[in-house]
Design a binder for this molecule. Structure first.
Ligand SMILES: *[C@@H]1O[C@H](CO)[C@@H](O)[C@H](O)[C@H]1NC(C)=O
Ligand SMILES: *[C@@H]1O[C@H](CO)[C@@H](O)[C@H](O)[C@H]1NC(C)=O
Ligand SMILES: *[C@@H]1O[C@H](CO)[C@@H](O)[C@H](O)[C@H]1NC(C)=O
Ligand SMILES: *[C@@H]1O[C@H](CO)[C@@H](O)[C@H](O)[C@H]1NC(C)=O
Length: 524
């Protein structure tokens, strides 16, 4: 036991000696699927001899800090909200997106989204408080002399901790609503004429009306978030740092932005040198399946199998919905492996097996796999691209509709509406995707693009993190746009006078800035 651990450590240190640098990494993680993804990156950093410390809230969904076999050190932040209240919030959230939403008007949905954002912000703030109000903890973290902080802008706070510790930070994430964080704070150019805003379900081929909608959505999101952040965060950040600042300005200090997509998935668009597209960094060749599962898969013969999962958060459906789905699955000649935890549907066919958990990547990489029924999370889509499996998307929330819109535009998926889903819809979709070879050909083309890269996404992500540690930043990649007070999503930035104190800045001023900059661009 001791011996193997010693050898392992020796190997790890040899690795990082040969690379010339052993660093100390501190992480401000985002929960759920974000954690699943960033964990792969952190494990790779540990393998290369770096030390990784994760700042984890005592109540969370998927970050198991009690796991003694974890390669990371955990610094547990004692948050005031309980595990039960967090689980209840999550259940309520899923129930809303899966069941309630179909009967609501767009205004009611928007109101609800704003409320959810407030609840989430409240929890983020409480998590930040556990750190910024504890001078001993800050002193301890300072003493640890970390070289870099890895954060995710969706979980506000990481950039603040990096500022307090005076260390550079790197972001790893998929998107922000309407791309506000990347565009406004990161300076990423996003012409609304061909760069669709996240969550709009648009592609790069837009009609005039769609371009207008896209433009207005960017505009609306800019106003909404500037006002929201101003109310919720700008004062908080200014107080903690003891100088007038804003959340957006602090986020803009990220040295490198690791975006979890790549050109197999993304539409071509302008980007900055400090943006790296590392989609699929978690993907791996398939490993052998457990024996019982392999036997079931082999029993499918020439028809092959269908893999079905709605992701790490959704594992339960209403009994009615599960029967609609099970009936459809029973009508295809393939065998089906379905990740599902709810009550067993009575219409379940003999060709379908239900599992609490499935080795999704290994199944998608199995030579007999014909199709993947997915909720459309980025992690699952990338595994399907990696292994070249066509998809049937049943998106529900967050970036899922967008992801499936991308895959549809590239001819690798069909889409179903969860709220109106009938048995025949799913049967038709399965027949189309499995029997019409265009879907397979298209996803194989994406897969070839994915595999034919000079450096693998995981290695590129690690390279930039190590680069930032070695050079204490990546300032040579930082565009001068950050020196202008206002950056707009167009190839034109408008310098405006900086307010004396952002905390005193009011909504009207934020609105004026946005209107002003957009109007100037339109006039030009
Ligand atoms: C934020 O959390 C605190 C403590 O749990 C609670 O008292 C407060 O009402 C919450 N505010 C919102 C807007 O949810
Ligand atoms: C699944 O959801 C149903 C209602 O939607 C609920 O009654 C049941 O307890 C849930 N089961 C699990 C395992 O969460
Ligand atoms: C595809 O075509 C075959 C042969 O025409 C048919 O038996 C099968 O039901 C179709 N659907 C699927 C999902 O394979
Ligand atoms: C297969 O799907 C493609 C794309 O949806 C469609 O254009 C084509 O007509 C389909 N082929 C058959 C034989 O149905």
């Amino acid at each position: 036991m001791m011996g193997s651990r010693f050898l392992w450590l020796l190997w790890a240190y040899t690795c990082c000696w040969s690379a010339g640098f052993c660093g100390k990494v501190v992480v401000w993680p985002t929960d759920a699927s974000h954690w699943i993804n960033v964990k792969v990156l952190l494990e790779e950093l540990v393998l290369r001899g770096h030390e990784v410390t994760v700042l984890v809230p005592s109540s969370n969904l998927l970050i198991d800090y009690r796991d003694t076999s974890s390669p990371f050190t955990f610094e547990v932040l004692q948050v005031p909200f309980t595990q039960e209240s967090l689980d209840a919030i999550m259940e309520d959230f899923l129930n809303f997106w899966m069941n309630e939403i179909s009967n609501l008007t767009p205004w009611e949905i928007m109101w609800r989204m704003k409320k959810d954002l407030e609840v989430f912000t409240n929890m983020s703030k409480q998590t930040c408080d556990t750190l910024v109000t504890k001078p001993q903890l800050i002193a301890k973290l300072r003493q640890a002399k970390f070289d870099i902080l890895i954060a995710d802008p969706l979980c506000v706070g990481g950039e603040l901790i990096a500022e307090i510790l005076a260390i550079p930070f790197v972001y790893s994430f998929r998107f922000s609503d309407g791309n506000v964080v990347e565009r406004l704070c990161g300076g990423l150019l996003s012409p609304p004429s061909y760069v669709p805003a996240s969550t709009m379900r648009l592609t790069d081929q837009m009609s005039f009306v769609e371009r207008l909608k896209n433009f207005l959505f960017y505009f609306y999101m800019d106003l909404f978030f500037l006002k929201f952040w101003q109310n919720e965060w700008d004062g908080y950040y200014s107080n903690v740092l003891g100088r007038p600042t804003t959340l957006c300005e602090t986020m803009g200090k990220a040295e490198i932005w690791l975006i979890r997509t790549y050109w197999d998935f993304e539409f071509p668009r302008p980007f900055l040198p400090n943006f790296e597209f590392v989609g699929g960094l978690h993907c791996q060749p398939a490993k052998p399946l457990p024996k019982e599962m392999e036997e079931f898969v082999q029993s499918s013969g020439e028809h092959g199998i269908v893999v079905f999962s709605l992701g790490s958060m959704v594992y339960n459906l209403s009994y009615e919905k599960s029967n609609v789905i099970a009936r459809a699955l029973s009508q295809i000649p393939q065998k089906v492996l379905w990740r599902y935890k709810g009550k067993k549907p009575e219409t379940l066919g003999s060709n379908t097996r239900i599992y609490d958990w499935i080795p999704q990547n290994d199944l998608l990489g199995h030579p007999l796999t014909k199709a993947f029924i997915t909720h459309g999370g980025t992690n699952g889509i990338y595994e399907a691209i990696y292994h070249g499996i066509p998809m049937i998307g049943i998106p529900m929330f967050a970036d899922q509709h967008d992801n499936i819109a991308h895959m549809r535009a590239k001819g690798a998926a069909t889409e179903l509406d969860f709220s109106t889903l009938e048995t025949q819809d799913l049967v038709d979709a399965l027949n189309t995707v499995i029997n019409n070879s265009t879907y397979k050909e298209n996803v194989l083309r994406l897969s070839r693009i994915h595999h034919d890269q000079p450096v693998k996404p995981l290695d590129r992500a690690v390279f930039w993190i190590e680069f930032v540690m070695r050079h204490k930043g990546a300032k040579h990649l930082r565009p001068a746009a950050h020196h202008l007070t206002w950056t707009v999503p167009f190839p034109l930035s408008v310098p405006l006078p900086r307010p004396a104190s952002p905390t005193a800045d009011n909504c009207l001023c934020a609105a004026k800035k946005v209107v002003y900059s957009h109007v100037i661009v339109v006039l030009c």
